[in-house]
Write a protein that binds this ligand. Sequence first.
Ligand SMILES: [Zn+2]
Length: 273
Amino acid sequence: MKILIAVDMEGVTGVVDWSQVIPGSADYPRFRKLMTGDVNAAIAGAFAGGVSSVVVTDGHDSGRNILIEELDSRATLNSGTPSPLSMVQSVDEAQGVMFIGYHARMGAINGILDHTWSDERVSGVWVNERVFGEVGLNGAVCGWFNAPVIMASGDQTLCAEVKDFFGEKIETAQVKKATGRMSAECLPPEQTAKLIEEVARRAVINLRNENAPKPFKVSTPIKLEIEFVQSEMADKASLMPGAQRGRDRRVEFTSDNMATVYQAFRTLVTLAR
Ligand SMILES: [Zn+2]
């Protein structure tokens, strides 16, 4: 059994501010280390639960955050960008997925650094009229490849969002309690390491016992709508063949293939730069 550990940074232990997750910022080196610690805890739990291999995908910013020299040597690391499946690269080889260091969707209340892909460009995303964040988008790509999301770590709002999308059977490790977009009551790493490891172990056992969430499928045709922050961003994005301008600052794209929708989403947001 192979598990993908898909990692973002905003939901990592102790993170409450952009200055902690942007390469080049003063605090960033400390939080890379904490990010690597959360990932190592998940790897330890996955192996304790009985998986045979683990691939880790660094999905934050340019995918060059996790410290490979400190990574558990039983795992491999997808690093760098762009990769074909971005934040869930290698999901096509995995039987289950863990979301580590994830964050709530743009607009969520009390979600640390809530956003959806780019807070400078994207003000909202809908799939078949339902509001989606990175949880929904990445989870739908996992589902397209028949891999369920079996656990997630982040703040309480992220934990609620994954349950809303994937059902009550998903295991969650709440590493902080957000009291705003940029404030939280945080557990220290010594505690979160134990928590993440135990939750990951349980999630793998659930999966082996066929008691994990089912793969998350969206119904077809899949209609994607992105609302951009500025009108000219929507002007640029709607140049993509197959895309259509919706109302106000929205651009729409429809396909029966979720991997194609994900690729279109990434292309539209890139064009909007
Ligand atoms: Zn991120």
